[in-house]
Write a protein that binds this ligand. Structure first.
Ligand code: URA
Length: 434
């Protein structure tokens, strides 16, 4: 086989066989097929799509590119969750220790920033010393001993997704249902949990802009779970405006810490409680959402989730001094407010524009391997439906230079729509697909 023929076949809208996909992914993982050919192929997939059979074959090829963990001996009840990517989405940082504090182990492979969306690993790495690269043995030991582990794709775990993910981030090839579904589900299959909650984001700051696209992605992932003998439930959740208040790595970490200490923004806390409750139900720990909700609220309120967070971060080498005193997290040089030009009701805070502004400040990457700046980002002071008065701060921009503040000023001003007539806050969840 030749890589060029596989690229041309996808360019010409033909269906690839499972053997072709397996060969291509294996060659890429071993470094025999170069980035430029894989980037061309990924763009052909973005433009021409894949059949469900191709997507399942791609998922399995990527899952098999490294170890596929069997958790039956160390943590048979382990559960997992994954978001399709959004702006201000720091849910894993709260939900993973929260669910583990309720007695269900959480073992998860996460990702880095992707396009305008943030990545859990970049947020965690704003803690000095935090190790996201774990071997199979370290992953299994920590899951058994601490009950929570979150790492990145490594040479051992989903390496093909690790390489493809980094390439997609900087080649405009993120927004594709088969590429997102296979990226997420390959990590879930490799990490071994048998029960998974999927958080499919929809709206301006999501890769799926319409409910129809989000539903298609959710159904495809739930079907891949079924075919690989896993249970999965998918939420369709709003991502028109950022989730919570903070956008940017250390800022989001701080917001997650606040939430674990019962001082977080209401919308974000509510999101975490719902996802965590569903993980307890799908993991067989609670018999209903109502019962699960009581358990997770208690673990949040009584500090058990916070204690589990500390144990988790320490186990992965994170400096607890920084977590216990978030003032010591990386900070930007300059903080500047952007204020409301008029009084009225907030009708829109375009999450994609806010996410793009954070990336431009340095919170994400422009090229593969770029370092991210942990301290920069944006705080969002008003949400859709709220009243603002002329000159009220809408955003605080955390940047390192005046030039960077200038660079994002227009984009952030364009992100907000204020009108005289009242606006309804958006629905948070549009539905659940089981
Ligand atoms: N999250 C992933 O892991 N992969 C994607 O492609 C999008 C979100």
């Amino acid at each position: 086989m030749r890589a060029v023929d596989i690229i041309a076949k996808k360019r010409d809208k033909q269906e690839l066989t499972a053997q072709e996909i397996e060969w291509f992914i294996q060659g890429f993982t071993r470094g025999e097929i170069p980035d430029y050919q894989v980037a061309a192929w990924a763009m052909a997939v973005v433009l021409n799509g894949m059949t469900n059979e191709e997507t399942v074959a791609l998922t399995l090829a990527m899952a098999r590119s490294g170890e596929m963990l069997d958790l039956s001996l160390v943590a048979p009840t382990a559960v997992d969750k994954h978001s399709t990517g959004g702006v201000g989405d720091k849910t894993t940082l709260v939900v993973a220790p929260l669910v583990a504090a309720c007695g269900l182990p959480v073992g998860k492979i996460s990702g880095r920033g992707l396009g305008f969306s943030g990545g859990t690993l970049d947020k965690l790495e704003s803690i000095r010393g935090f190790r996201a690269n774990l071997t199979r043995e370290q992953f299994l030991r920590q899951l058994a001993e601490v009950g929570v582990v979150v790492c990145g794709q490594t040479a051992d775990l989903a390496p093909a997704d690790g390489k493809l993910y980094a390439l997609r981030d900087v080649t405009g090839t993120v927004r594709s249902i088969p590429l997102i579904a296979s990226s997420i589900m390959s990590k879930k299959i490799a990490a071994g949990a048998r029960a998974i909650v999927l958080d499919v984001k929809v709206g301006l700051g999501a890769f799926m802009k319409t409910l129809a696209e989000a539903e298609e992605l959710a159904k495809l992932m739930v079907e891949i779970a079924r075919q690989t003998e896993r249970k999965a439930v998918a939420y369709l959740s709003d991502m028109n405006q950022p989730l919570g208040v903070a956008v940017g790595n250390a800022l989001e970490l701080r917001e997650a810490i606040d939430t674990l200490q019962n001082r977080g923004p209401r919308d974000f806390e509510e999101h975490c409680l719902e996802i965590a409750s569903r993980m307890l139900v799908i993991g067989g720990q609670s018999s209903s959402m109502e019962a699960a909700r009581l358990v997770v609220e208690q673990a949040l309120r009584n500090g058990a989730a916070w204690q589990k967070f500390l144990a988790w971060i320490e186990a992965q080498g994170g400096d607890l001094e920084v977590v216990l005193d978030p003032q010591k997290l990386p900070r930007s040089e300059i903080q500047r407010e952007i204020c409301a030009p008029v009084s009225g009701y907030v009708h829109r805070i375009d999450a994609e524009k806010v996410g793009t502004a954070a990336v431009l400040l340095g919170a994400g990457r422009a090229k593969k391997g770029d370092a991210v700046d942990y301290g920069v980002g944006i705080e969002v002071h008003h949400k859709v439906g709220e009243v603002v008065h002329k000159s009220d701060p809408l955003f605080t921009v955390h940047a390192n230079t005046e030039a960077d503040i200038q660079k994002v000023g227009d984009l952030l001003s364009e992100a907000v729509v204020i009108r005289e007539e009242p606006a309804e806050p958006p629905v948070h969840f549009y539905g659940v697909i089981e």
